[in-house]
Write a protein that binds this ligand. Structure first.
Ligand code: ADP
Length: 237
């Protein structure tokens, strides 16, 4: 059974479709005569409740893959379906709607608006999606990431680990069927890494899917599937 976000009340049952179906993704960049092949035929299917770790050296295409799966970048070839709905080759507004209703995104930086407190960042995410904004849910969410005591703090006042957890709270505010996280534990200490893994484990038990680009061996060892990218291709170990 696939799961999808309900307007602020957790995941709801959906027909039996993969959360992500990415088929033969290609992405090229040109600069003068120089051509970079960032993705070269990457296919990936992720079922509800699965966690995928995307690993590989710097420049192997991890961030480009995540951006294509989020609909933030358009692949030059191939397609992406999210819960059976086409994400690629859609208008920007159609992609934004599908992204907003199904995907939580945690980037390496820039997850929080600097002029809003932690709690208002979460509130904005909920309101922009047109979902029900419930104070109890917000508090529970911030407690789950260990930030209830920091909810009025502004991003500039947060430590690296607190910023990562606040970004995660924003990404998880609408209980998305899919979480895409680029190096979620890249800048955090071991305790925060454990904390993040507990949250991700809870998502896994709830049947939500997660795709992480990571250099963390602990996260890769814990994932259900490890996808190793080398020069924009999946390496078969
Ligand atoms: P990773 O996340 O594994 O470090 P990236 O997806 O960021 O890899 O990059 C894959 C390749 O694509 C690299 O060679 C990178 O330099 C190139 N690349 C990524 N984004 C751009 C861009 N906007 N313009 C040109 N080249 C890019």
């Amino acid at each position: 059974m696939a799961l999808s976000r309900d307007t602020g009340r957790g995941l709801k049952r959906m027909p039996d479709v993969p959360v992500v179906e990415a088929m033969e993704l290609y992405r090229f960049y040109h600069s003068g005569d120089e051509e970079t092949f960032a993705l070269r035929g990457v296919s990936l299917t992720v079922q509800p409740g699965q966690t995928v770790a995307v690993v590989g050296p710097s420049g192997s295409g991890k961030s480009t893959l995540l951006a294509c799966l989020a609909g933030l970048d358009e692949p030059d070839g191939g397609y992406v379906n999210i819960q059976g709905r086409r994400l690629t080759r859609r208008s920007e507004s159609a992609r934004a709607r599908l992204r907003s209703s199904t995907i939580g995104i945690l980037m390496q930086s820039g997850n929080l608006l600097e002029h809003l407190s932690v709690e208002d960042n979460v509130r904005l995410r909920i309101r922009l999606a047109g979902a029900t904004d419930d104070a109890n849910r917000r508090v529970a969410l911030l407690r789950s990431v260990g930030l209830d005591h920091r909810r009025t703090a502004y991003p500039a006042r947060l430590s690296g680990g607190e910023s990562a957890r606040a970004g995660l709270a924003v990404a998880l505010a609408l209980t998305p069927a899919l979480l895409l996280a680029d190096e979620p534990t890249g800048e955090v200490d071991a305790d925060t890494e454990k904390h993040i893994m507990v949250l991700l484990e809870r998502r896994r038990k709830e049947g939500a899917a997660t795709i992480l680009a990571t250099h963390s061996e602990a996260l890769a060892a814990w994932a259900d599937i490890v996808v190793r990218l080398v020069d924009g291709k999946i390496a078969r170990d």
